[in-house]
Ligand binder design. Structure first.
Ligand code: A3P
Length: 252
């Protein structure tokens, strides 16, 4: 069983994993919208099958999606020694991306104004819990579990290198031609235009407020943070991230 984890970058890694598992064949990844291909295990919404129901109906090997903090992952994932891929994104861009996502996702509480959401993020009052604990706890877990820990910024900088890591981790070395196809098929623009990845069919996503595949850049936080917010954020960050060997890149 294989699983894609993340704090933003989930859909991107899901599509990469799907392509790798299917030998780099884009036609195979058109078989269904991504939320049906990869059950989101903690999702429960009225009138549609839950993530758990979808997962139970699916034959192995399954690609499952979750945003859960490491402590809340069902123990069976560890017992069955599942392969886990975690994608971490720098905190500032994560905050910006979540702000827009919560505006367009009617299934989540409205984020309020940018200033209000900024405060909520610092207080850790965001879906799936505080970013700082999430990335740190999964980082520690990788020392004793089968976890490939990736960074969104590395994927942007050198997709070929990061896709190779995924192929090696999944024991699917497909060669250079397949890798090129995967890079093309999972580029920002290709995924934005692809109805199987852009979540255009989910009724609770309002893309007129903000498209789900929105900007896909490193450093978008600079267009949102005030100087004062940036200083406060950095100070808070230093306190919360003290002692970890995790290093994030905030701009390319
Ligand atoms: P932005 O809001 O910064 O644009 P998730 O899938 O975990 O909810 O993450 C969504 C974020 O990943 C959005 O970020 C989205 O644009 C970005 N994303 C999705 N596919 C991408 C791709 N192929 N390349 C780069 N970023 C991508």
């Amino acid at each position: 069983m294989i699983k894609a984890e993340t704090t933003k970058g989930t859909t991107w890694i899901q599509e990469i994993v799907d392509m790798v598992i299917h030998g780099g064949d884009p036609a195979m990844c058109q078989r269904a919208p991504i939320h049906l291909r990869h059950p989101f295990i903690e999702l429960r919404c009225p009138n549609i099958p839950s993530g758990l129901e979808l997962a139970e109906a699916m034959p192995p090997p399954r690609i499952l999606k979750t945003h859960l903090p490491v402590q809340l992952l069902p123990p069976s994932f560890w017992e069955k020694d599942c392969k886990i891929i975690y994608v971490a994104r720098n905190a500032k861009d994560n905050l910006v991306s979540y702000y827009h996502f919560q505006q367009m996702n009617r299934a989540l509480p409205h984020p309020g104004t940018w200033a209000q959401y900024f405060e909520k993020f610092l207080a850790g009052e965001v879906p799936w819990g505080p970013w700082h604990d999430h990335v740190k706890d999964w980082w520690e877990a990788r020392e004793h579990q089968r976890i490939l820990y990736l960074f969104y910024e590395d994927m942007k900088k050198d997709p070929a290198h990061e896709i190779q890591k995924v192929m090696t981790f999944l024991e699917k070395d497909l060669g250079e031609d397949a890798k090129e196809k995967i890079i093309g098929h999972t580029s920002f623009q290709a995924m934005k235009e692809n109805p199987m990845t852009n979540y255009c069919a989910l009724p609770w996503f309002d893309h007129s407020v903000s498209p789900f595949i929105r900007k896909g850049t490193v450093g978008d936080w600079k267009t949102h943070f005030t100087v004062e917010q940036n200083e406060r954020f950095d100070e808070d960050y230093r306190t919360k991230m003290v002692g970890t060997s995790l290093n994030f890149c905030n701009e390319l």
